[in-house]
Design a protein around this ligand. Structure first.
Ligand code: ZN
Ligand code: ZN
Length: 315
């Protein structure tokens, strides 16, 4: 089994810390876990005790509704707590509302788990904070020099060139949909921004947390049909149902260069660091050792070959 300095081990369930007897973003329910953010690949429901930010708890509550049996312990950013002799602190990760990087300190050594993160501005969530560390455990979703995310404002403004036709945006309901809403209400001011019912409950969590998503409205079919200047934000499954509808202009919001769904064009907006931002993250956090998770760490490993930072691919 791969370990990070014998402090964290990479098990089939996920990262486990024996000293503190907890997991970090495990794949299945466990006794005790830290959760970085509310996306499904990190926030498995029904662990015994979950330590996470208040917003992550709120979103998980909406998402899993009556299924949640966990005991939640809310952790605010920058407020340290102990599990055995491990000191834990959450810092904003800039990925979505409530997303956290997790700093774990043990025997004078710092271990920073990034969760998913981005450096690009996003006014729908807390901006990332840089913390120096000895060990950096980072996601590598877009860790390839070919990945350079464009400016999100330029991306959303392209939609202003489409006139006389309603626009559908396919976007994941949590995180992406709120970022897109914020961008659209701010930069497509001549258009009405309509939101699918399944997304609204997450918009509400954001707004209760004090994020102003701008002037959006609930979608209503009759109004949509009577108009031709609407932007309608909907979850991917619903977006897919419009694949053969030629009356509307379809864009899918993704950081990938290809959409998994049929669309007329892409709204190239990513909530993960691209290659340059990953390098910047490393520059700011100054680790001596890097461990990679999620995605492919090969390019990062090659990049640091022969340099002072040691890179290990975990997954
Ligand atoms: Zn995520
Ligand atoms: Zn993820």
């Amino acid at each position: 089994m791969k370990t990070i300095n014998n402090f964290l081990s990479y098990t089939s369930t996920g990262l486990y810390c024996a000293a503190g007897d907890f997991y970090v973003d495990p794949r299945k329910a466990v006794n005790k876990t830290l959760i970085s953010h509310a996306h499904g690949d990190h926030a498995t429901p029904n662990s015994g005790t979950i330590y996470c930010t208040p917003s992550t708890k709120q979103i998980m509550g909406r998402r899993y509704k009556n299924y949640l049996r966990s005991k939640f312990i809310e952790i605010n950013y920058r407020e340290s707590f102990q599990l055995n002799d491990v000191k834990i602190t959450f810092y904003p990760a800039g990925h979505m509302l409530g997303s956290a990087q997790i700093m774990m300190e043990h025997e004078g050594i710092r271990y920073l788990y990034t969760g998913d993160f981005k450096l690009q501005y996003d006014h729908s969530c807390e901006a990332i904070e840089f913390v120096e560390t000895d060990y950096l455990i980072t996601e590598t979703t877009f860790a390839h020099p070919d990945h350079q995310h464009p400016d999100p404002q330029n991306e959303i403004e392209k939609l202003n060139e489409i006139t006389g036709q309603n626009i559908l945006i396919g976007a994941y309901s949590i995180g992406k949909a709120q970022r897109v809403t914020k961008l659209a209400t701010a930069h497509c001011s001549k258009k009405r921004v309509l939101i699918h019912n399944e997304i609204i409950r997450f918009h509400e969590v954001y707004e209760q947390a004090g994020v102003n998503l701008g002037n959006w409205e609930s979608y209503r079919l009759q109004e949509f049909k009577a108009e031709d200047n609407c932007i309608y934000v909907m979850p991917p499954i619903w977006f897919n149902r419009f694949s053969k509808n030629n009356k509307v202009y379809k864009v899918f919001a993704t950081g990938w260069k290809k959409s998994f769904y049929r669309s007329d064009s892409l709204l190239h907006i990513s909530d993960h660091a691209d290659w340059n931002d990953l390098l910047k993250m490393i520059e700011h956090t100054k680790p001596k050792y890097i461990f990679t998770l999620h995605g492919d760490g090969t390019h990062l490993k090659n990049y640091f070959e022969g340099k002072e930072i040691d890179v290990t691919i975990l997954n």
